[in-house]
Design a protein around this ligand. Structure first.
Ligand code: ATP
Length: 322
């Protein structure tokens, strides 16, 4: 292996820069050349790539976003697009690639390697949703849940001052891990996630109980993909039945994707980036790096699908504590 490139793809997440830095510095340390590819697979097709040295990744570990930009690229799904990508990689002398992204990014890499086996890919899980098989943590999750927690703490202050009921929507189209962590850490009265059936009657009973027991605020955290609807729709359903509450809705939105990565985020992203580079050098490919029980593990791309299992103990605990 002579030159290792790194790119970020799919939804961006805080900590991607720490991972990029680790890939570049590990490759250089091992005597290889390093490169960055911009805007996900679009940069492969457009030849938007550049050589990186030690200083290319200076002073980025604390920054959110990704210095390489990210994108979704329809053309890479076509054989013609992947041929253009291959030609550009060959021209640039790239023979190993660290892909930082989600399951779609790894599927693209897997297909590409079947067509062009001389280029090797290893993945690092980059998504705020923490919903990939093969790792306890994805890059971005820890920062996203801390951002959501801080925002909800602030909303709790104003909710208590006015005896209000807030429905707060957090990110998670298919997964409720952000909602669960943000909700538990802020003492939410209820947490609604796509993985479990949302019982509106039960929710109303619980909120009614809170009212009767003189709770001076209530917070319901809703994952955006909850099957009963988003926070607005669920708030409307509840409002129709609980007119004594003043009900407000807050959608946290994209603030959950940005911001300075937390300490653990930077540490884990650095570990994964370094491990991915070493894995390529050792001849591994077609695998995603993960951290399971604090150990680095390798999971074949084909198995890095999204998982939807929510720890049932957590779900029970939410009911018990609220
Ligand atoms: P996120 O979890 O943030 O959605 P992701 O990596 O799953 O991240 P996707 O948009 O699903 O994001 O995939 C990223 C890119 O990977 C796509 O824009 C496309 O270029 C490529 N890709 C995804 N699936 C395929 C596929 N079946 N064939 C070829 N390329 C693919």
């Amino acid at each position: 292996m002579k030159k290792i490139a790194v790119f970020t793809s799919g939804g961006d997440s805080p900590g991607m820069n720490a991972c990029i830095r680790a890939v570049v510095r590990t490759a250089l340390h091992e005597g290889l050349a390093a490169a960055g590819i911009c805007r996900g697979y679009q940069g492969f097709i457009d030849g938007d790539m550049y050589d990186m040295d030690h200083h290319s990744v200076s002073n980025i570990i604390q920054q959110g976003g990704t210095i390489l930009r990210s994108a979704r690229c329809a053309e890479f799904r076509t054989p013609e697009g992947r041929r253009k990508a291959y030609e550009n990689l060959a021209k640039f002398g790239i023979d190993g690639i660290v892909a930082i992204g989600g399951d779609g990014t790894f599927t693209g890499a897997h297909i590409f390697m079947q067509e062009y086996p001389d280029i090797k890919f290893v993945g690092c899980p980059g998504t705020i949703d923490n919903d990939l098989m093969g790792t306890d943590y994805t890059i971005g999750y820890d920062t996203a849940i801390n951002t959501a927690m801080e925002a909800i703490d602030k909303i709790r202050d104003t909710a208590s001052a006015h005896d209000r009921l807030f429905f707060i929507e957090v990110m998670g189209r298919d997964a409720g891990f952000i909602a669960m962590a943000a909700g538990i850490s802020t003492g939410a009265e209820a947490i609604l996630v796509p993985e479990t059936h949302t019982d509106i009657e039960g929710l109303i009973e619980k909120l009614e109980w809170g009212w009767k027991n003189k709770k001076n605020s209530s917070i319901v955290v809703v994952a955006e993909g909850d099957e009963a609807g988003g926070a607005h729709k669920i708030a409307e359903m509840v409002k129709a039945r609980l007119d004594h509450y003043e009900i407000k809705v807050s959608i946290l939105g994209h603030i959950q994707r940005g911001g300075r990565p937390t300490c653990m985020e930077r540490v884990r992203a650095s570990r994964m980036g370094a491990a991915a580079t070493r894995a390529l050098i050792e001849g591994k490919s077609n695998v995603m790096i993960g951290i399971v029980n604090n150990e680095i593990v390798y999971t074949p791309f084909g198995q890095c699908i999204k998982h939807q299992q929510m720890d049932s103990n957590l779900v029970e605990m939410v009911d018990l504590l609220s």
